[in-house]
Design a protein around this ligand. Sequence first.
Ligand SMILES: Nc1nc2c(ncn2[C@@H]2O[C@H](COP(=O)(O)OP(=O)(O)O)[C@@H](O)[C@H]2O)c(=O)[nH]1
Ligand SMILES: [Mg+2]
Length: 458
Amino acid sequence: MADTIAAISTASGAGAIGILRLSGPEALPIAYRHLSFFEGAFPLSSIKPRNAYTCRFVDGEKKLDQVVFIYFAGPNSFTGEDLCEIHTHGNPILLREALECLFRSGARPAKQGEFTKRAFLNGKIDLNEAEAIGRIIGARSRFELELAQKNAFGEISRLASNLRSQLISLKAECEAEIDFSTEDLTFESFEERKKRIRSISNICSNLLKRSSETETLLERSRVVLYGEPNTGKSSLMNLILGRDRSIISEIPGTTRDYISEDLLLSGVPIRLIDTAGVRETGDKIEKMGIERSEKEFSQADVRLFVIDVSQKNDWNKFAEENRSKLEGAIVAANKSDIRDSSWDPEIITKKNYPGTILVEVSCKSRQGLDTLVSEISTKLQGIESSEDYVLLEERNRFHFSSITRSLENCLTLMEEGAPAEIYIKEIDFALEQIGEVNGRVDTEEILGRIFSKFCVGK
Ligand SMILES: Nc1nc2c(ncn2[C@@H]2O[C@H](COP(=O)(O)OP(=O)(O)O)[C@@H](O)[C@H]2O)c(=O)[nH]1
Ligand SMILES: [Mg+2]
């Protein structure tokens, strides 16, 4: 790993500052070649680690930018190697040009996640922390960010260490039996041992279950607007979205296909879907659109049933006929600014449909809109904090399920009367797996897979 890598570490696009990063044995001399200090002659040896220097970035005679330069001497750096940061103005063309200079002077382009990979290989961070950094960078919601932060601060490593010490004491006990005992284990201690194994296995399977629940929450939830034509679905879509996306018109049947947009609703990533109004029609295209509406509605995570309360209607009959669709849905009683005397909210609320929530809104006056949005958020999961959630990356899901499997095997062997010499092998395997969780990974292939998810410069 004797080479020196360089990359632009800030996001692409223009910004106040952009940062070039260099890591490796030649980081300082390569960077120094392109720095011109205002103090005049400023020998390389006088550069102190962790000091910020204001200087110029130069390419021979050409001055590129005024920069801030920081040198971190290995092993006291992020990567554990000599590391330099050059803060330029955040213009992508300028950054690119400066980076090319560093390449010409001997650095090579960093691969995806290579800085973090070096940090891991040099023992600066464990694999869980490395993966968590990847997730912090890519988090699409506050919820995901909080989970990643927990992992970055050692949540998974702590869980694994705890399990590891339980497995070690279990193994020690079995070994003692193999080495010293001439008599068989008493029934009580045998049962006790099985109980302990079961409990460790349960901890792992619980962890997997919680992680899979957490993952479901990370996926974009589908919020679907549904209802008869002209009830104001497209108007609601645009209001929630905050811009005109869907065509609104007084002509019924305007929206013929579904329209979807991704957005963050109170920090939660959702896909908002506006559908074609549902009615009897002879129009072939409209019919196809309506079929899609039904499909989207049936697959929705949150169903928004929009009704137009400005219409004279037998609402009782409506509520009966649409019972299955109203159940569990948020009913947006729209156009409440011009509500008809036939409308009575109790027709819906008195039905006590399980999970149904009624919100009276007006797209015209915006009344009730905040309530509607907060009801959607509540339905989405009511995630206020990430406290009860845990997120395992694919690699750790694999290890934890392997542990559960070997402990279950171990229990079966014990039931079958196998001697400790035999079933201890399953405990050994579980121990090996827990070691992997905290990052004793040796194969290049696995490391490659983990770090390839990063972007260059991280
Ligand atoms: N007065 C009033 N008119 C509304 C309201 N919401 C929508 N409209 C009107 O109702 C018509 C149909 O709206 P649109 O959003 O296209 O309904 P969609 O067919 O369900 O998508 C349009 O003329 C809107 O301006 C509302 O809250 N109050
Ligand atoms: Mg529409």
